[in-house]
Design a protein around this ligand. Structure first.
Ligand code: ATP
Length: 207
């Protein structure tokens, strides 16, 4: 089984997320890409607008066109596990669920901001041994630091690392939330069903 994991807060999902997942599917042709909203994200403080149920529903809406092909799904694994979502725990769980064995068994997709901080995650040695890292550039000019970190991870942890061959789409959920708060247009970076959900649930419009 070739399994991919794409974790994130997805608060809200935007087209940068979608394009990274779509490119990963096209390049790697996994049996299944699990798009997994975190429960309590380890790197972020939570707010009422980070309600995991909203983020899960928005992820389902955002990635629905990709999931139609049968090789991607939005997974509630971390939401159901509860607590702080550590990727090392999730990888161990996926090894058990899909009967994986050996090293680098799960393709772990992430953007460069996550990639450069990987050695500060909980149990980095577990993350590097159980996953094959695939990182996507988030901004022009982040190639140098990523090449440095890649060499470091390979040397220190025996990491398996690939760079997804896409040009960066410079956008973030933070920018989307701020734009909505200001009342600015986000139609170009958030899909219509997600935008409709945000409006109905009244997300991000207050501090
Ligand atoms: P925030 O602004 O709230 O920090 P974010 O836009 O970074 O959010 P996350 O949900 O934290 O989004 O990201 C989930 C994963 O998607 C991370 O691995 C992140 O690096 C990656 N990612 C986010 N935006 C992009 C983008 N524009 N291009 C490529 N990868 C991205």
């Amino acid at each position: 089984m070739k399994i991919g994991l794409y974790g994130g807060t997805f608060s809200p999902p935007h087209i940068g997320h979608y394009r990274a997942a779509a490119s990963f599917l096209a390049e790697y042709e996994p049996d299944l890409l699990l798009i997994m909203p975190t429960y309590v994200p380890p790197h972020k403080s939570s707010s009422p607008y980070d309600d995991p149920r909203h983020r899960y529903e928005m992820a389902r809406l955002a990635f629905e066109p990709l999931c139609r092909g049968g090789h991607a799904e939005v997974s509630a694994l971390e939401l159901e596990r509860g607590g702080i979502s550590y990727t090392a725990d999730t990888l161990r769980e996926l090894y058990g669920l899909y009967g994986l064995s050996g090293e680098h068994g799960v393709y772990l997709l992430m953007g460069t901001d996550m990639f450069v901080s990987l050695d500060r995650w909980r149990e980095p040695e577990t993350v590097f041994s159980l996953s094959h890292i695939v990182y996507a550039s988030r901004e022009e000019g982040d190639g140098g630091i990523c090449a440095e970190k890649r060499a470091q991870y390979e040397k220190e942890y025996g990491a398996a690392v690939d760079r997804l061959p896409i040009s960066p789409l410079e956008m973030s959920s933070t920018e989307v939330r701020e734009a909505i708060r200001r009342g600015d247009r986000v139609e170009d970076i958030v899909s219509p069903p997600v935008l409709e959900y945000i409006k109905k649930a009244g997300l991000y419009s207050h501090d």
